[in-house]
Design a protein around this ligand. Structure first.
Ligand SMILES: [Zn+2]
Length: 235
């Protein structure tokens, strides 16, 4: 089995449940690459080669060295034995979707790792929130967006069919970390002439829930508004 591990769900983030409920040390036991955020929705996390990097709403990126730091929502995976590699390929969200269609991977859990120079990169970074937490729609309306040109680094992200929207983003959810570890964030758009791309293919989603967290146990899901809220806030 090839597993992608995820702690929490995107629906919990949409609802404003931002308390960290899993430590990064536990998260990193489940994988070397991944994406997420930290306690209080403090920035965007990109996990690369066993190191977790936090990009803050100031635009600054730091390595998370205190692995007792917690996360409300994050994924991590080890390299899958089942994967597709494409070298020197141009890449955008649209090209990635085309590739997924061509390879008949739409019904599968996927993760990408793509290294190269991104010509145009737009990222957003969630700002740290204090209790009582606003829902994510309100946070997303006021979050900093950064634009970069010709930045070299790695795109790391997950894909799940729309069927799993709410558990995860539905479609691609991609973060970025630059080679010099100074630029990062949640990717809104990107285009590149040539990157080396690996798509890891997973047959198993290992979903871990914060069952000791009372905000989680008493939480009621707003099913009616969920898809619209996610597509507005995440895409
Ligand atoms: Zn993100």
């Amino acid at each position: 089995m090839n597993k992608i591990f995820q702690h929490g769900t995107l629906e919990l983030i949409m609802a404003g449940l931002y308390d960290g409920t899993l430590s990064f040390s536990e998260l990193l036991e489940n994988g070397d690459d991944g994406i997420g955020t930290t306690h209080g929705l403090d920035g965007e996390v990109t996990i690369l080669d066993g190191h977790a990097y936090q990009t803050k709403s100031s635009g600054e990126t730091v390595e998370i060295t205190d692995l007792n730091t917690t996360t409300p929502f994050a994924s991590a995976h080890k390299a899958s034995t089942n994967n597709v590699k494409v070298n020197d390929t141009p890449l955008t969200f649209e090209l990635l979707e085309k590739l997924v269609n061509e390879q008949k991977l739409n019904n599968t859990f996927l993760s990408i790792k793509a290294h190269g120079t991104i010509k145009n990169l737009q990222v957003r970074v969630a700002p740290k929130q204090k209790k009582p937490y606003p829902d994510f729609g309100k946070v997303a309306a006021n979050q900093p967006v950064f634009n970069y040109e010709n930045v070299t680094g790695t795109l790391v992200g997950d894909f799940g069919n729309d069927l799993y929207t709410g558990v995860m983003a539905g479609g691609w959810h991609i973060h970025f970390i630059s080679d010099d570890r100074t630029v990062g964030g949640h990717v809104l758009s990107f285009d590149t002439d040539s990157v080396d791309l690996k798509i890891d293919i997973f047959d198993t989603l290992n979903l871990h829930l914060p069952t000791n967290n009372t905000d989680f146990t008493k939480h009621d899901v707003d099913f009616a508004g969920l898809h619209a809220a996610i597509s507005q806030a995440e895409k």
